[in-house]
Design a protein around this ligand. Sequence first.
Ligand SMILES: [Zn+2]
Length: 283
Amino acid sequence: MAKTTLTTKTMPEADSVAPLMELYGLGFEGGFKINIRSALTQIVDIFRLRLQAGYYGTGDRLPPEREIAEEFGVGRPLIRKALAVLREEGYLIAKRGAFGGHYVTDLEVPTRKWLETVRADNGAHLLDVIDLRMAVETRAAELAAERRTAEEQAAIELAAAQLNHLLEVSLGQAHAQTNAHELHRADFRFHEMIAKSSHSASVVTAMAQIRGLTFLARPVAYKELKGTVEDHSIIFRAIRVQDPHTAASAMRRHLDHVKDSYLRLAGEGDGRGRVDGVEEPFS
Ligand SMILES: [Zn+2]
C-alpha cells in the first residue's frame, strides 16, 4: 500500500490526537495496514458485543441458525462455527428438543473473565469509559432538558420507574443476584432515553457504543442501586422542569457515583481486590 502522502499542514498533531490518527489511518510508518479479519471472527465479535450489551440476556433464545445466516449473508456452517466459539467462551448453551436452540447462559464465565481483565489494569479501561460517559451524557442531559417532548419525558420517567420496580422485586427475592443483567439493562435504558431525547444522532450512536463497553452482566451492588434510583429521580425532575443546568450537574454527580462503583469493581475499594457491597453472582 502506498505511504500516506498528506502534508504536515493537513496532519493533526501526532501526540495530542494519537487515537484519532489511528481512526483516520494516519501517521503509520510504511502506511496504514488494513486489518482483514475473517468472517468468523467478525460474527463472533458482533455476537459477543450484543451479549455484553445485553441485547440478549440470560435465558434468551437466539434466533435459529437459518435466520442468523440470512442476517449476515453467509452459509449456515459458518454460523455453526461462530456459535461453537460462543459456547466454548461460556456465553451460550445448546439445548435439544422441542424448545431446542442456543440459549444465553447465566454469563458467569464471561463475567468472571471480564472482571479479571478489568482488575488487571486497575480499572483503567472502565475509567476511560467513565470519561466518555461524562462527556457525552452531561451534554445529553442538558440537551434533553432543552429539547425533550412530552412523550420523551414520559419514556424517561417510565424507564426510571421500571428500574425502581425491578430493584424492589429483586431485593424481595432470596436469590436477587440472578437479576444483575436485567437491572443493568433497566438502568441503561434510562440513560438511553435521555440520549434519545437530546435529539442528537451522534449522542445516540455514542451511547450504543458505551453500552457494549460496560458489560451489562457485571455484578450488581444493590446498595448502590438504591442511590442510582435517587440520582435518576433528580435528573428526570430537572429534565421535566426543563432546567438544563441542573440536569447536567445531576448527571455529572450520578456518573461520579457510577465511577466509584466501577472503581470498587476494579478492586480499588478496599485494596484487597474484593468488591465492597457487591453481591457477586458467583462465589
Ligand atoms: Zn444510571
